[in-house]
Design a protein around this ligand. Structure first.
Ligand code: PLP
Length: 306
């Protein structure tokens, strides 16, 4: 078996774990990450709802609150209030999930026929996962505005340029609904000015997502935390533990201020997942990715028993 792996598999693998590997991102694993993987593989938990294995969801909540505190995220992102964190496979999934939540939220307000008028904004330095998410969410390609960022702003998105573009779109009857800013772009680690951009998003009723997939991990260090100043005006924030946080692939941490936006956009209700506990939760019986634990905990105060 070992011989076969060495002969047939290893020659065809890019060894990200090698100390001699310097492309893309650093090797991401660690002994702690490896032990975590072993525990996860050994238990092989199916955590499709809180009741299926409460410890899985409870642990996810505890760790994401703990990580949010390390990053000094505003309290609105903690699970004690209306927000909370949820683990995604990748940052690409994270942006898709929040784009869908934002899309559904705006369509509930303006009517579902308005899909073709919805507009997304970001700089042209933004990771291509945003464009892919737009394709999957049915946003018209011509309504995905990737605004040019130049060396004059260190490749950050200019708030003035954003404002002008939004105004032009509004005058032709389009509906700006989503802004994605980046802390640490893939090509050059450029940092968008979160506070100014977020204020523009808020004044136009848009969802503001911050993609810190790459550089977010560094912001646990007090000397780098200032790069995410302004995150208090964001609706969602994402960082990849699997990039710079010594965690095996795949582990992308996503936080939102209003978890009900995700629950409403992504819940399903099949017969085989119904149970008494979740049925008492405002008609939401099966909620995407473990969120019932949060609702359950908040409504019935039983979280402490786990
Ligand atoms: N956003 C940024 C800034 C990135 O650097 C990357 C990864 O290269 C992504 C998003 C996509 O991350 P993932 O591979 O986890 O989808």
């Amino acid at each position: 078996m070992t011989k076969y792996i060495q002969a047939k598999i290893l020659p065809g693998v890019t060894h990200w774990q090698s100390p001699n590997y310097f492309a893309y991102y650093p090797s991401n694993s660690s002994v702690a990450g490896f032990v975590g993987e072993m525990l996860s593989a050994g238990l092989n938990i199916v955590g499709f709802s809180w009741i299926a294995s409460p410890a899985a969801t409870e642990l996810e909540m505890i760790v994401l609150d703990w990580l949010a505190k390390m990053l000094k995220l505003p309290e609105d992102f903690l699970s004690a209030g209306r927000g909370g964190g949820v683990i995604q496979g990748t940052a690409s999934e994270a942006v898709l999930v929040v784009l869908l939540a934002a899309r559904d939220k705006v369509l509930r307000r303006v009517g579902k026929d308005a899909l073709e008028k919805l507009v997304v904004y970001a700089s042209d330095q933004t990771h291509s996962s945003l464009q892919k998410a737009c394709q999957m969410a049915g946003i018209h390609p011509e309504n995905c505005r990737l605004l040019k960022a130049t060396s004059s702003t260190n490749y950050a998105l200019s708030p003035e340029f954003l404002s002008e573009t939004i105004s032009q779109d509004l005058t032709i009857g389009l509906i700006p609904f989503f802004l994605c800013a980046t802390v640490g772009t893939t090509s050059s680690t450029a940092v968008d000015p979160l506070l100014s951009l977020g204020k523009i998003a808020k004044s136009n009723g848009m969802w503001f997502h911050v993609d810190a997939a790459y550089a977010g991990s560094a912001c646990v260090c007090p000397e780098f935390r200032h790069y995410m100043d302004g995150v208090e005006v964001a609706d969602s924030f994402n960082m990849n533990a699997h990039k710079w946080f010594l965690t095996n692939f795949d582990c992308s941490a996503l936080w939102v201020k209003d978890r009900s936006a995700l629950v409403q956009a992504l819940s399903t209700n099949p017969e085989y997942l119904k149970n008494k506990i979740t049925e008492t939760m405002d008609g939401i019986t099966t909620v995407w990715l473990g969120k019932p634990a949060m609702l359950y905990k908040k409504s019935y105060q039983v979280g402490q028993t786990f």
